[in-house]
Write a protein that binds this ligand. Structure first.
Ligand code: FMN
Length: 375
């Protein structure tokens, strides 16, 4: 018979992964042959764009098709993370990733995507109901498709423990950063042991700080999906998977207060698990921009999507650690430390990720393209 201790240990061991084989609609269906049999280039591009990375897998996109080749992107304002992302910076990055995948998929069909950012003006300080972007397609004769298209369905956020024996080589990382050459800011990396050690320590302490910050934990809890049934029902958020997770949740385990309390056994087990992940980083990459305008954030999100796709092409695993970059009061000292360690005092660090080699991870859940289309 399972007792509480067993149940909580299971939670700690459970990773974020999409479920397969549940009774509901397959939450990973969107990854299999997206766009197959679709003639409308906008729908083809949309089927790929929904595979973009987004903070907490919130999938904050809302789409309207206008004339035959046009698409307007909005933010689904209910899908923001107001505590940990109080200025909507990370949500905007996610929307940038969506636009980049939309553009890359269009290029595969020989369509040029003309993207106008914030056509009705850039919102400040937070996003609002105005459009994020308008995208118009026009056919291009003999256009070269973007080679990153081939990696859209293989791209993952890989949260496994990385192999300490295999360090990504500088040439590959340089080639990955070359994929974001036109981008406003800079993509940088380190595999230098002293610097990597400092960054492992920083990302871990920031993660731990977040675990001790009640508002942040409550917000994350709302995006946790326990077991196959919940993952299949929501098809978003962060899946906590394991053989018994669903049934245990139904029995009343994994309650919010237990997971919010940093001293509970569940939290302590999870903390050990996450620390091992941080300590297995063999390298870090980051994206820094000269300013933090909404347009710059969208471009940083586009750049991050390209970097993640390029890493996929080279077999390199990637996993963002955003806690130290977040703009809430409890994180302020570690935010300042991140800027110092990354030598980015006059810049805005938009993404910080660990890189390395790891076992493949499962695809995360996605809602259907139809669920994000506004009539
Ligand atoms: C702006 C941004 C910030 C993110 N920060 C984190 C993070 O701090 N920790 C983490 O595990 N994943 C982070 N992610 C990854 C998302 O959780 C991930 O993209 C989402 O769960 C979907 O999974 P996928 O990338 O495998 O499709 C971030 C993604 C984005 C776009």
């Amino acid at each position: 018979m399972l007792n509480r201790r067993h149940a909580l240990a299971l939670l700690g061991a459970a990773s974020f992964a999409a479920s397969c084989g549940s009774n509901g609609p397959d939450p990973a269906a969107a990854w299999r042959d997206p766009g197959a049999g679709i003639a409308d280039p906008r729908r083809f591009a949309l089927a790929h764009a929904i595979l973009a990375p987004s903070p907490h897998n919130t999938q904050p996109w809302l789409v309207e098709f206008d004339d035959a080749l046009g698409m307007t992107l909005y933010c689904d304002l209910e899908r923001r993370l107001p505590f940990t992302d109080p200025i909507d910076r990370q949500i905007t990055l996610g929307l940038g990733g969506f636009l980049e995948l939309y553009r890359i998929a269009a290029s595969h069909l020989g369509q040029f995507a003309e993207i106008t950012l914030f056509p009705e003006g850039a919102p400040s300080p937070r996003l609002d109901a105005r459009p994020i972007a308008h995208v118009a397609f026009s056919p291009v004769v003999n256009a070269a498709a973007d080679p990153l298209f081939a990696y859209i369905t293989a791209r993952r956020t890989n949260r496994n423990v990385y192999d300490l024996e295999r360090i990504p080589n500088d040439t590959l990382l340089l080639r990955a950063t070359a994929q974001v050459a036109g981008f406003l800011g800079a993509a940088q990396w380190t595999v230098e042991p002293t610097r990597v050690a400092a960054l492992r320590d920083l990302v871990w302490r920031a993660f731990e700080r977040e675990m001790q910050t009640e508002g942040a934990q409550r917000e994350t809890y709302r995006w946790l999906r326990f077991g196959r049934e919940q993952v299949a029902e929501h098809r978003d958020g962060l899946a906590i998977e394991g053989p018994m997770i669903g049934p245990l949740k139904a029995l009343g385990f994994f309650g919010e207060d237990d997971l919010i309390n940093p001293n509970s056994m569940a939290s302590e087990t999870a903390a050990r698990d996450w620390r091992a992940k941080a300590e297995s980083a063999t390298g870090f990459m980051w994206l820094a921009t000269p300013d933090d305008r909404p347009e710059t954030r969208l471009q940083a999100g586009m750049a991050y999507a390209r970097l993640n796709l390029a890493a996929t092409a080279f077999g390199i695993a990637m996993h963002p650690w955003s806690q130290a970059l977040q703009e809430y009061e409890e994180m302020a000292d570690l935010y300042a430390e991140a800027k110092r360690v990354l030598e980015a005092q006059d810049q805005v660090v938009q993404m910080l990720v660990r890189v390395g080699y790891a076992e493949a991870s499962a695809p995360s859940a996605r809602r259907d393209a139809d669920a994000v289309l506004r009539a």
